[in-house]
Design a protein around this ligand. Structure first.
Ligand SMILES: Nc1ncnc2c1ncn2[C@@H]1O[C@H](COP(=O)(O)OP(=O)(O)O)[C@@H](O)[C@H]1O
Ligand SMILES: [Mg+2]
Length: 199
């Protein structure tokens, strides 16, 4: 079975889909087979994947989700699952089936508070979880303030607030494809390495 990583956080706009797509490209480029499962009815991951055509993407929901995720994990080395903002029962079952949960959060109190349900679910299901600070502004204390609040399960690596992430998403690409030597590309590589190192 391939490794299943679920991207979840109740708050919309935290960056679940953006972070997932950047990492998907990174891992694919390292030679790993990557399958995507889109549980968000908004379907933005599916649209991104259809612009590329190099990763199978299954749009799924409700009772189908578990079997679709496991079917993907039988075929691919790595399965990345994108979640909608709210998905109580479905999210719990998905977290149970996952090897790792990545919870992106912007460094604001509202995003950090919104982490509580998913952190609690992962703890109950005994699935490892890492919080990833996303859209970190280039200056100011926001990231450090967030790190003072969230101490457990927080990745040292973080993603900056960068236009190239938005530009890349819009054309079905990753930042590393548009700007291979950018800070954005090296951030994504560092996050991937940190997630690879988690058992
Ligand atoms: N690191 C980032 N830098 C710049 N814009 C970002 C970044 N992460 C997310 N965004 C933007 O924020 C918005 C919400 O991101 P998205 O990935 O759709 O969040 P979610 O999937 O959690 O709802 C999108 O417009 C996206 O382009
Ligand atoms: Mg999304």
């Amino acid at each position: 079975m391939g490794r299943i990583i679920t991207f979840a956080q109740q708050k919309g706009g935290a960056g679940k889909t953006t972070v997932l797509t950047q990492l998907a490209h990174h891992w694919l480029a390292t030679g790993v087979t990557v399958a995507l499962v889109d549980l968000d009815p908004q379907g933005s991951l599916s649209r991104w994947a259809s612009m590329r055509g190099d990763m199978e993407c299954t749009a799924s929901s409700d009772w189908k989700a578990g079997s679709d995720i496991r079917a993907a994990a039988r075929k691919a080395d790595l399965v990345l699952v994108d979640c909608p903002g709210n998905a109580d029962i479905l999210l719990r079952a998905t977290i149970r089936d996952s090897d790792l949960v990545v919870a992106p959060a912007q460094p604001s109190m509202m995003d950090l508070w919104a982490l509580e349900p998913v952190v609690e679910m992962a703890r109950k299901e005994k699935t490892p979880l890492r919080v990833l600070l996303n859209r970190v502004p280039p200056t100011g204390r926001a990231a450090q303030d967030a790190r003072d609040v969230v101490t457990a399960d927080l990745l040292d690596e973080q993603m900056g607030n960068r236009v190239v992430f938005q530009q890349a998403f819009a054309v079905g690409k990753a930042a590393a494809e548009l700007q291979p030597r950018s800070k954005a590309a090296s951030e994504v590589a560092a996050i991937a390495a940190a997630l690879d190192a988690i058992e």
